[in-house]
Design a protein around this ligand. Structure first.
Ligand code: PSU
Ligand code: MN
Length: 305
């Protein structure tokens, strides 16, 4: 095992005995949602996985140690400290570790730690992507490069329109990352079930998905996979309301000159404020839904091994 990594006891036991485990990220806790909903969601997500017979491993860096699996107190700390925790992507990891600092892991860095620990399936809400206006700003999330190289399947709710969805799909195609629709031929758009863009492959259940994941890794085809799982019908946002909020948040981002790693947290927080919390409710529900799919997939994968 990697000497920089601490694997929580229950996670270690499950991995050693071939039982299903899923990874969860922590930037969604500290930078993706407000307190206390962030902590409530993170704890509930772990409970959902456990009830399905899956061990959850929430990932973060605490005092310089990579962690696969956190205690409820550690999750509470990350949620309470919020945006004062360092948002940690691939490039940040050596400095957070060497400086014995605490970092919340993005999709990219959670994939890195999950792969080190031997966890194949990861559930979150949304991934980073190619931002609107990227032709000028070059703002392309490091999550996409990680998906190109690191062997973890990421269950998310598709790509939201703070991103350029079309460019994000082009980038993923170039990088050889499969975009899989879970029970859908159309890529979901996070808050809504439809984006107008197709997926590469559709799967209709965890066994079918697990078989593709197993084939990929057994052939040594390195890199991740995006499993796009539509938000449940009842939890969707009205398209006009969400589009309006996103457009306004993007205008404000531009006016304020916010750039780099601050962009996504700013946009998520503004959209939640502008929709009076409705988008936060949808966000929480879609995360629960993704955890269920990731858990069933981890179980199917464990049975195939
Ligand atoms: N999208 C969401 N919620 C989130 C994020 C994205 O709906 O919490 C977080 C994830 O941790 C993701 C990160 O990995 O933002 C991407 O940030 P950036 O765009 O700076 O790469
Ligand atoms: Mn970015």
């Amino acid at each position: 095992m990697n000497p920089y990594l601490d694997v929580k006891d229950d996670v270690r036991e499950a991995l050693e005995s071939g039982k299903p485990v899923i990874a969860l990220e922590s930037t969604i806790i500290s930078h993706g949602m407000p307190y206390p909903q962030n902590v409530e969601t993170a704890l509930k997500v772990e409970e959902i996985a456990r009830k399905l017979g899956v061990v959850p491993a929430t990932v973060a860096i605490l005092n310089g140690r990579l962690k696969a699996g956190l205690s409820p107190e550690e999750i509470d700390y990350l949620g309470k400290t919020g945006r004062n925790v360092i948002k940690t992507s691939r490039r940040d990891i050596p400095f957070i570790v060497a400086g014995k600092k605490t970092g919340a892991t993005t999709v990219a860095s959670t994939m890195i730690v999950a792969e080190m620990a031997g966890i194949r399936v990861f559930a979150t809400g949304g991934i980073g992507g190619v931002h609107r206006g990227a032709a000028d700003t070059f703002d392309i999330s490091a999550d996409l490069q990680e998906l190109a190289h690191t062997d973890v399947a990421v269950v998310c709710a598709g790509a939201k329109s703070i991103l350029d969805i079309g460019l994000t799909l082009e980038y993923l195609e170039t990088m050889g990352v499969p975009v899989v629709g879970y029970g859908t031929d159309e890529l979901p758009a996070f808050y809504t079930r439809k984006s107008g863009f197709g997926v590469d492959y559709r799967v209709d259940g965890p066994e079918e998905l697990a078989a593709a994941i197993k084939a990929k890794y057994e052939m040594g085809l390195h890199g991740g996979m995006i499993v796009a799982n539509p938000i449940p019908e009842a939890d969707q946002m009205p398209k006009e309301a969400i589009d309006r909020a996103i457009d306004q948040a993007l205008r404000e981002l531009d006016e304020k000159g916010i750039k780099g790693k601050e962009s996504t947290p700013f946009l998520l927080a503004r959209v939640a404020e502008l929709t009076g919390g409705d988008s936060l409710d949808s966000n929480i529900k879609l995360v629960f839904n993704n955890v269920r799919v990731a858990s069933e997939t981890a179980k199917a994968l464990a049975l195939l091994k």
